[in-house]
Design a protein around this ligand. Structure first.
Ligand SMILES: Cc1cc2nc3c(=O)[nH]c(=O)nc-3n(C[C@H](O)[C@H](O)[C@H](O)COP(=O)(O)OP(=O)(O)OC[C@H]3O[C@@H](n4cnc5c(N)ncnc54)[C@H](O)[C@@H]3O)c2cc1C
Length: 357
């Protein structure tokens, strides 16, 4: 946090002495993923400075490296992974600033929620609705993280990445990144080819307007009229709503929403609605409809699927939970079974939101 405060006070960045990162052997990644799944990293390095990458790449082949952020969007199905780099590149600095807005550059290994907290405290608006997402800053553009009516793409400016194959640093701006619903170029052409080092976002100074249009957020403020509307209360309300709906990570290992919300055409929607009259569809500008994967899992009865070590969370069936002793293959086979039930009953193929490793 000290580094961040320095950045906001416009103090010069601390200078670092290059320390050779240690490559450790046979590290269990159980405490490095939110599903709490065991998986052995045969070689494991923590990267704290981008200058250390060259040193690590000389010791780990670039085409066989798994980059680990906060491990909140993955299922380790393999029992071992050969080479793992844990990203711990921290720090925030102001790149550009005028009376209304500022551009921040953030180290990709920083916890996303630390960044949200800090921006809220500094009264810089734009990411407060994305409070409590347990990932790293570097994966926000990969996933185009989103929640409560806001997506990362709303604030994204550009990022700096190291291209493993071209062996050089590249900048990728918002247009090039092709951010869509939990999607980006980093999941396609650039998958496993780059290491995202830092990310720039644009924030509004001392904002007067807040996005509380998402139904549950709007309802909360309507029911609690005494709560003043500001950045902190928006973030706090979102944290309250989330904690009522999602399991605590101390209680059950999970990776948030396991499946994406599917998009279908109006004809298909009409046909499914005949079987499931309660089904909601949210009309998108291109005349397609977005369905709630959680509602599909509920209506098709898939959420009642039984397994000794895995389940759909009772308050939110889109969240698959590890009851304690699950292995990665238990989670994956359970998720495939859920997908099959939904497909058999509603003819919709749910797509995984998370990465199976
Ligand atoms: C309780 C809970 C709630 C959640 N709520 C939300 C939500 O509301 N909205 C939402 O969008 N998501 C949500 N998520 C999902 C998750 O937090 C996000 O997808 C997050 O962005 C993942 O970040 P991470 O650092 O944990 O990624 P990881 O799981 O560590 O990695 C994901 C992928 O990115 C790759 N990767 C990691 N770092 C880099 C890098 N620096 N460069 C290149 N590739 C890299 C990894 O190799 C891996 O393939 C939730 C998860 C949980 C557990």
């Amino acid at each position: 946090m000290a580094q961040i405060l320095n950045a906001f006070n416009n103090q010069p960045h601390a200078t670092f002495t290059f320390m050779k990162p240690t490559i450790k052997k046979n590290i269990n990644l159980k405490n490095f993923n939110t599903f709490k799944l065991p998986c052995i990293a045969e070689n494991f390095a923590v990267l704290s400075e981008i200058d250390e990458l060259e040193y690590i790449l000389k010791r780990m082949p670039h085409n066989n490296i798994f980059i680990l952020g906060k491990g909140s969007n993955i299922v380790f199905q393999k029992e071992t992974i050969q080479n793992v780099i844990l990203n711990n590149i921290l720090g925030v600095k102001i790149i550009q600033e005028d009376a209304e807005a500022l551009i921040l550059e953030t180290g990709s290994g920083m916890a996303w929620d630390d960044l949200v907290n800090f921006c809220v405290l500094q009264n810089r608006g734009g990411i407060e609705n994305l409070a409590a997402i347990p990932g790293s800053v570097g994966v926000a553009p990969i996933q185009n993280i989103g929640a409560y009516g806001v997506e990362f793409k709303n604030v994204f400016v550009k990022l700096l990445a190291y291209h493993f194959y071209d062996k050089k640093f590249i900048e990728i701006n918002a247009a090039e990144a092709q951010l869509g619903y939990r999607d980006s170029i980093f999941k396609h052409e650039l998958k496993n080819k780059i290491f995202i080092c830092s990310v720039q976002i644009k924030l509004i100074k001392n904002p007067k307007k807040f996005n509380i249009s998402y139904p549950s957020v709007q309802q909360y403020f309507e029911e609690h009229k005494h709560i003043e509307l500001n950045l902190k209360t928006v973030a706090d309300v979102i944290r309250t709503i989330r904690s009522a709906k999602l399991p605590s990570l101390n209680e059950y290992g999970n990776a948030g929403s396991f499946f994406k919300n599917p998009t279908i055409c109006t004809e298909q929607f009409d046909s499914i609605k005949r079987r499931f009259p309660e089904l909601h569809g949210y009309l998108l500008p291109n005349d397609t409809l977005k369905l709630s994967a959680a509602q599909l899992i509920d209506l098709t009865g898939a959420k009642k699927l039984l397994h000794a070590e895995v389940a759909c969370y009772s308050k939110h069936p889109l969240v698959i939970i590890n009851k304690g002793k699950a292995q990665g293959h238990d989670i994956v086979s359970f998720a495939k079974e859920i997908r099959k039930i939904v497909f058999d009953k509603a003819h919709i193929n749910l797509e995984f939101e998370i990465d199976i490793i």
